[in-house]
Design a protein around this ligand. Structure first.
Ligand code: 5GP
Length: 209
């Protein structure tokens, strides 16, 4: 059979702040050249070491609100601390059309918006081995104020409840294990009959099978 020209998998990865989902997604992208990590826009200030266009597109509140007005975002959310986060729409289909899988590392609210607009999206929720471990990781990061940490822990409880709409739960016990599971999910999703059947039919009709 000729090589499949199937589109890549659109995957949403969510999970509470501090669970390490960013590190897991980075590990997946590092070992898979055909996985693109979507770069979100945000109105929050860069943390030390964060690079424009790599970690986020850093925008002012006004710039972000213009992106919303111009419908440049496929989803967005505004947090209680007033910061906006959103996913630029254009790059998603550009990469999927090339056969690359696209990972959106976004919160549950954003995930719900994506699922509504793109029912084909594969939803993955990353959890820590325990809630205590999540608190330990958040405090270990030492980038947020105590107030921010407590707000993120409260939010994590709400997000755990909402994870029921997700297709898969991945425990981030070690980054390697979690990344392997995410890669396995992408591989399995690519094999789904509904994704392949049209291509197989075309091959049969074209005498390529
Ligand atoms: P942080 O400030 O730690 O980088 O991110 C805070 C939260 O924002 C994380 O839970 C992250 O998943 C979420 N987030 C990052 N980018 C986006 C986005 O484009 N859309 C939405 N809805 N959430 C996002």
């Amino acid at each position: 059979m000729t090589r499949s020209k199937n589109k890549g998998v659109l995957m949403v990865v969510s999970g509470p702040a501090g669970v390490g989902k960013g590190t897991v997604c980075d590990a997946v992208a590092l070992s898979c050249r055909d996985v693109f990590l979507s770069v979100s826009a945000t109105s929050r200030k860069p943390r030390e070491g964060e690079i424009e266009g790599v970690h986020y597109y850093f925008k002012t509140k006004e710039e972000f609100e213009n992106m919303i007005k111009n419908k440049e975002l496929i989803e967005y959310n505004r947090y209680v601390n007033g910061n906006y986060y959103g996913t630029p729409a254009a790059p998603i289909d550009q990469h999927l059309e090339k056969g690359e899988s696209v990972i959106l590392e976004i919160d549950v609210e954003g995930g719900k918006q994506i699922k509504k607009k793109r029912p084909d999206a594969v939803m993955v929720f990353v959890v820590p081995p325990s809630f205590m471990e999540l608190e330990r990781r958040l405090r270990g990061r030492a980038t947020e104020s105590e107030e921010d940490i407590l707000a993120r822990l409260e939010r994590a409880k709400v997000e755990f409840e909402l994870s029921a709409i997700y297709d898969y739960i991945v425990v981030n016990d070690t980054v390697e294990n979690a990344a392997e599971k995410v890669k396995a999910i992408i591989a399995a999703e690519k094999c789904k009959t509904q994704r392949c059947i049209d291509e197989i039919r075309k091959n049969i009709q074209g005498g390529n099978l």
